[in-house]
Design a protein around this ligand. Structure first.
Ligand code: SAM
Length: 304
């Protein structure tokens, strides 16, 4: 920490400032984020109403500044305006809807264009839902992999999960309340029901809730809540603990193979699953053959 920086700055330096904003609690904003929103020559945001509301809550006046909308759908039009301001040596603050811009949020294109044009890019760090969830989960934090949102369709989701099954790290996913039940079922099927898991919901908000257990337990808890007529709502992060060294659940192997077999040949599926789960190819090929036999769909696809 640099104590000389403890006072508010007189001016905001030129360049693009990526400002993290609250993921729920309005007071989860740093003093520096407020300084930058107050002092930047131009403020841009994914949602202009939202940033104006946040600025009002914290007593920041627009002071005649225009607030520019910048999101995935208008980046082609709004980007050049922001880059022109940067080229004039102005300071531009950019905030996404919640948390840190670029983390499952817009901003990457703008950052790349600013870098390419030689403009300074500054981080104004703050909340990130994935990290807030990781800190309360009680799962290993020494290695984690942020996987964002999984595909919406089950087959694609299972393939994506199979790729992650052997990663020796805590996995972090964003999930929507509409899909949480099916997503957890796919996670249990592909990663193994015994993997420790946590669902962190509405963090920093009034209905904050953290469910801890394993994937099998979470599947049951979420299903039971639906049955009681109070399904889980709001914003949620799912975390899955790393696989136990050297132990991959037989069901997990079968599920990963089943997912792979839906889009690949038997040989490719066996190779993909073996490499992903770091298991011997021959063993997985035999298992794939067995599965085919059980399904009564023939014994071989002529490979190997
Ligand atoms: N840029 C954001 C960040 O830094 O956290 C993430 C934006 S992403 C579009 C939104 C997702 O983040 C939600 O669907 C949910 O998975 C997660 N999220 C955001 N706020 C949350 C909260 N208060 N509690 C739990 N999850 C949250």
């Amino acid at each position: 920490m640099d104590e000389t920086d403890a006072k508010p700055p007189r001016t905001i330096p030129p360049g693009l400032h990526l400002v993290a904003t609250p993921i729920g609690h309005a007071r989860d904003i740093t003093l520096r984020a407020l300084d930058v929103l107050r002092g930047a020559d131009l403020v841009a945001a994914e949602d202009t109403r939202r940033i104006r509301r946040l600025m009002t809550i914290h007593g920041i006046a627009r002071a005649g500044r225009e607030i520019v909308a910048y999101h995935d759908h208008n980046a082609g039009r709004a980007g050049p305006r922001l880059l022109a301001a940067l080229a004039e040596g102005r300071s531009v603050a950019y905030a996404s809807d919640a948390g840190t811009p670029l983390v499952a949020d817009p901003g990457l294109r703008l950052v790349r264009e600013a870098i390419a044009a030689g403009h300074p890019v500054h981080a104004v760090p703050g909340p990130v839902a994935a990290i807030a969830a990781l800190t309360v989960a009680g799962l290993p934090t020494d290695r984690f992999l942020f996987a964002g949102f999984l595909p919406a369709r089950s087959a694609a989701r299972r393939t994506a999960l199979a790729e992650l099954a052997a990663v020796p790290a805590t996995l972090i996913f964003h999930e929507s309340p509409h899909r949480i039940g099916e997503a957890l079922r796919d996670m249990a099927a592909v990663l193994g029901a015994a993997r420790p898991a946590v669902l962190a919901r509405e963090l920093t908000k009034r209905h904050e809730e953290v469910l801890r257990g394993d994937l099998g337990v979470l599947v049951e808890q979420v299903a039971a809540r639906g049955g009681e007529g109070r399904p889980l709502k709001g914003e949620m992060v799912v975390l899955v603990g790393p696989p136990m060294a050297g132990r991959v659940d037989e069901t997990a192997i079968e599920q990963a193979l089943a997912a792979a077999l839906s889009s690949m040949s038997l040989k490719d599926s066996a190779r993909f699953v073996a490499d992903t789960l770091k298991l011997p190819r021959k063993r997985i090929y035999q298992k794939a053959l067995e599965m085919r036999r059980r399904q009564g769909e023939g014994t071989d696809d002529g490979n190997e």
